[in-house]
Design a protein around this ligand. Structure first.
Ligand code: AMP
Ligand code: TRP
Length: 337
């Protein structure tokens, strides 16, 4: 069979199986991955080691991990073309993360905005999990183990990517060239979907207010309700402007799904109100998600099929990642077994 993977650039990305994935995850990450699978050698990981940086219920974590795999597949990620795997199945990730942790600084990690945001929730240092602090080092390990060229993520992960680049360069300089220095790959449309209740905040699956997000698995009537309740403004005119962040966010969802430009949409909604815009947004989200939801439900009935995919993915990922891990160990001065 044709195998020109050697010459293809490598893509790595992942989503945490914590909580329920939102259209932010879909439009900011997953949907873009699907477009990359022909051109690149792609590794798509379900990052369960990252998920346990906050408390998880074991049974739910198992369910969410399989559901995330089903969502990857239903969204159109082809297991024949890509390596799809579960992070905890590939021990090199945890090991490489430790080696990189010993080359990381407290200062750079404490400057990560995601850490600052998440740790705020837990109050004083005595109750902030250390996993939350070293989280971006594990992410760097994920990426660097596969000699990744490009990392397709939403805007919120850019800072973590910069850290991964710093850690790669630092290791390369301290020992000798080992890692490729990865680049972020952030698609403009969908890069930052905002909360429907507070459009100055990112849409997040961990928001306490369920009206703030739309889940990939939300039924159509729930999607309609949430979109119709989305916070807008009292101007009543559809503009694509930072002065109207709620309307802009709705337009961004349409732009990401339909591929239209802001100008086309503003022209189209001239003289029309928010109710019409909201109806179109809800219709387009439902149109996009319904086939995926049906497929996810079907896939979840076939656990043996899902297992065959994550097992095959783990084998390939294990093989590639061990090569890099051994290189790291050797350069650091560990005696090979
Ligand atoms: P997470 O849910 O934190 O594991 O994120 C998985 C992927 O979804 C990452 O690439 C994020 O950048 C992306 N993502 C998460 N929330 C959003 C959002 N509101 N808008 C765009 N991308 C997002
Ligand atoms: N930190 C990412 C997020 O929360 C998830 C992630 C973990 C990731 N490892 C990765 C994304 C490697 C890209 C590459 O969104």
């Amino acid at each position: 069979m044709e195998n020109n993977n050697e010459s293809k650039k490598v893509i790595f990305s992942g989503i945490q199986p914590s909580g329920n994935p939102t259209i932010g995850n879909y439009l900011g990450a997953l949907r873009n991955w699907v477009k990359l699978q022909d051109e690149f050698d792609c590794y798509f990981c379900i990052v369960d080691l990252h998920a346990i940086t906050v408390k998880q219920v074991p049974k739910e974590l198992r369910e969410k991990t399989l559901e995330m795999l089903a969502i990857y597949l239903a969204a159109g990620i082809d297991p024949e073309k890509n390596t799809i795997f579960i992070q905890s199945h590939v021990p090199a990730h945890s090991e490489a993360a430790w080696l990189l942790t010993c080359n990381s600084y407290m200062g750079e990690l404490s400057r990560m905005t995601q850490y600052k945001d998440k740790s705020k929730k837990y109050g004083d240092n005595d109750s902030i999990g250390a996993g939350l602090f070293v989280y971006p080092v594990l992410m760097a390990a994920d990426i660097l183990l596969y000699n990744t060229d490009l990392v397709p993520v939403g805007q919120d992960q850019k800072q973590h990517l910069e850290l991964a680049r710093d850690l790669a360069n630092r290791f390369n300089n301290a020992y000798s060239p080992t890692f490729k220095v990865p680049e972020p790959y952030i698609q403009k449309a969908g890069a930052k979907i905002m909360s429907l209740q507070d459009p100055t905040k990112k849409m997040s699956k961990s928001d306490e207010n369920a009206n703030a997000y739309i889940l990939i698995m939300d039924p159509p009537e729930v999607i309609r309700k949430k979109v119709s309740r989305a916070v807008t403004d009292s101007l009543g005119v559809v503009n694509y402007s930072d002065e109207q962040p709620g309307v802009k966010n709705l337009l961004n969802i349409l732009i990401a799904i339909k591929g239209s430009t802001p100008e086309e949409l503003v022209e189209y909604y001239k003289g029309k109100g928010y109710a019409e815009l909201k109806k179109d947004v809800a219709d387009s989200i439902i149109g996009e998600l319904e086939p995926i939801q049906t497929k996810v439900k079907e896939l979840l009935k076939d656990k043996a099929y899902l297992e065959s995919i994550y097992k095959k993915g783990a084998e390939k990922a294990h093989y590639i990642s061990m090569k890099t891990l051994r290189k790291m160990q050797k350069k650091i001065g560990f005696i090979p077994r």
